[in-house]
Design a protein around this ligand. Structure first.
Ligand code: AHG
Ligand code: MN
Ligand code: MN
Length: 334
């Protein structure tokens, strides 16, 4: 019989290899459980009355969907009582989320984008959850403050995302490779289906919101125009374009079959520093892509080396097949 490795077995293996502590294993199991709950809720859709607007705004001034709020609650409640966390941070919450005083505290910080690609919920297109795990640098019993979270992405001890698509997949790294697990709905657990994923380097696909073209900087204009010239242009090959508007879904495609994903700096988002959030979108995705042999930069700097200044900081993102990311980055750095 085909030997199927569950997420639990995988994590125990990582613990025995010394790459995952008992608390980190618990943390990742709890996140996976929350992801399962979010997956069930999302798949019920209109039947459970979870589509549409929540009628509220988050800290970033974005209208919240009902599922933004529900996914956030599921993650916070699942993670607050286990004793593995010092605190949490979420796209949907302005300040650090403290562990209620009647529960013990642990040594890790968990950051997440509970529901990524919110604009796709109501049209039944793939959305996701993105998360990042850091160590709490401060003393164990003190309440962590924002500054404790402001560590560059290279300090992450684990990162991952869930893609709620035709199947639900959990993609995870604990610093040794990027691995995808598929949810077996009947059995109720995640099964390792894509160990050691690699971003193919030979690629002919790019993902960018081309409606922003007139706002892009010159290096991005140049790069995309070269791709669009196809066989007749300087690249001597045709390139195809895909844009789902869920970072999780777009990055999952890049991880699976190569390509480049870009939400670059442009005149529309310059004042904010970019569109995507550094701590719970760019950093975890950059770690997953690097662990799969790809690259991730802001156009000017490796994402994992950016020193965060704020919890909800935004950053330009260019990630995917190494050669392509290096090419766009070199256009910025001439
Ligand atoms: P979120 O739903 O968590 O706010 O993130 C949406 C992000 C990301 O998923 C996606 O790549 C991007 O916004 C899409 O932006 P556009 O609508 O500008 O294409
Ligand atoms: Mn997002
Ligand atoms: Mn979100």
């Amino acid at each position: 019989m085909l030997q199927r490795i569950s997420l639990t077995q995988f994590l125990i293996g990582e613990q025995r290899a010394g790459r995952v502590s008992a608390d980190l294993r618990l943390l990742l199991e709890v996140v996976a459980r929350a992801v399962k709950a979010i997956s069930v809720t999302i798949s019920k859709g209109a039947l459970a009355g979870v589509l549409g607007e929540a009628g509220t705004e988050n800290v970033q001034g974005e209208a919240q969907k009902k599922l933004d709020v529900i996914a956030n609650e599921i993650l916070l409640q699942a993670n607050e009582w286990g004793g593995h966390l010092a605190a949490m941070a979420s796209e949907e919450v302005e300040n650090v989320c403290q562990i209620p005083f009647d529960y013990p505290k642990g040594g890790y910080l968990l950051l997440f984008d509970p529901l990524d690609g919110s604009s796709n919920i109501d049209v039944n297109v793939t959305v996701g959850t993105i998360f990042s795990v850091l160590k709490n640098p401060a003393k164990k019993d003190a309440d962590p403050v924002e500054a404790d979270f402001l560590q560059p992405g290279r300090e992450q001890v684990a990162a991952g995302y869930a893609a709620y698509g035709p199947s639900t997949q959990l993609v995870l790294t604990v610093g040794k490779g990027t691995h995808a697990f598929t949810l077996d709905r009947e059995m109720g657990f995640f099964v390792l289906t894509h160990p050691y994923m690699t971003v193919p380097d030979e690629t002919r696909e790019y993902a960018i919101n081309a409606s922003n073209e007139r706002y892009w900087e010159a290096p991005v204009q140049r790069y995309i125009s070269e791709l669009r010239q196809g066989k007749e242009g300087p690249r001597g090959a045709d390139f195809n374009m895909r844009w789902i508007a869920s970072m999780v879904a777009d990055v999952h495609r890049v991880l699976t079959r190569g390509g480049i994903f870009m939400y670059p700096l442009d005149e529309k988002t310059r004042a904010k520093g970019g569109k995507l959030r550094l701590m719970y979108e760019a950093n975890p995705m950059a770690m997953l892509i690097e662990q799969a042999g790809g690259a991730a930069t802001t156009g000017r700097q490796r994402i994992l080396d950016v020193q965060p200044q704020k919890l909800h900081q935004r950053v330009p993102v260019i990630l995917g097949s190494r050669a392509e990311v290096e090419r766009v980055t070199s256009y910025h750095n001439v």
